[in-house]
Design a protein around this ligand. Sequence first.
Ligand code: ADP
Length: 374
Amino acid sequence: MPKVTDAQVLEALRTVIDPDHAADIVSLGMVSGLTVRDNNVFFAIEVPPSRGAAAEPVRAAAAAAVDRVPGVVSVTAVLTAHRDSPGGAAPGAPGAPGGGRGRRQGPGALPGIGAVVAVASGKGGVGKSTTAANLALALRVNGLKVGLLDADIYGPSVPRLFAITDRPVADGEKLRPVECQGLKVMSMGFLVEEDMPMIWRGPMVQTALQQMLRDVAWAEIDVLVVDLPPGTGDAQLTMAQQVPLAGAVIVSTPQDLALIDARKGLNMFRRVDVPVLGIIENMSYYQCPACGHRAEVFGHGGARAEAERLDLPFLGAVPLDIEIRVTSDAGLPIVAAQPDSAHAQVYREIARTVWDRLGGGGAAGRRPPRIVIE
Ligand code: ADP
């Protein structure tokens, strides 16, 4: 079977004319995320939010054109919205970037969701998911209505962290999130088969994420905690752009904080105009469960100063503690398992600060309009 190349696909897509611009969709820069894998073709077509589903004929024509390329096994073409797409929102219009940091104004982005907060990390393995889960639980214990969206498509961990075996069920047009420990929970892990090849996950994440926000019956919640995939690459940047974030929290270990990872994360959010609410230092110190001795295992200890140097608010330090790992592995993160423990207090304090920084519910002005459609 002939091997299908990107060039062949693009050539086919050049025959597809966007009626709104009387030019082909490749020249207009509307095609993104082109991936050809074993002659399976995936790409996205970016259209301004205002066109919405009206652009479906363009998508269908593009899929048909690629399908005719000799050797193509399957075509997956999705519509996605981007503020910079041709004919996209004009400055000042809904969907356009707002006037300055944290001031992306507009009508309520996601009905029924007070504020969306991303939990990010410069790299994997720093405890981002553990922190996201405990932060969500702590916000809940502090009296808020909370959702947790596990958007880490490369390693969804929420089903494991909460030992969830249920799957979300349809509720009319929407999917009802799984209720767990007082949280409304959704995970990419519910939708992605474990053996799905990694190559498909990158492009998938964008549309899946949009659906997770729009087609899930979250309402009414005060805050939605989104566990982003680790790293600060393009995938994360796109997600940060496409989710109407009220703010972001960065999780780092002491040694990574001294490295550049946290700063990269910070810059990424600044680029997309999302306020960084602060940094959580995870595995900060080790407290001996037997004698209570506190050891700065990483010999660092100056995380707060380091955060200040990076111009980052410091949200708190979570110790390295076997209980935190054991409770997570057992499917009941520590804030749920031991809500009155010292560790839970640490998370609750962080949750209070996060909520304060969001404006204590008065964050609506920070939320941009939803800029994503399919
Ligand atoms: P990430 O999401 O950054 O990849 P995880 O949250 O999955 O990281 O954590 C990686 C591992 O470290 C898990 O086994 C988790 O239980 C453990 N872990 C995370 N934070 C702590 C902590 N503060 N103390 C002890 N173990 C932790």
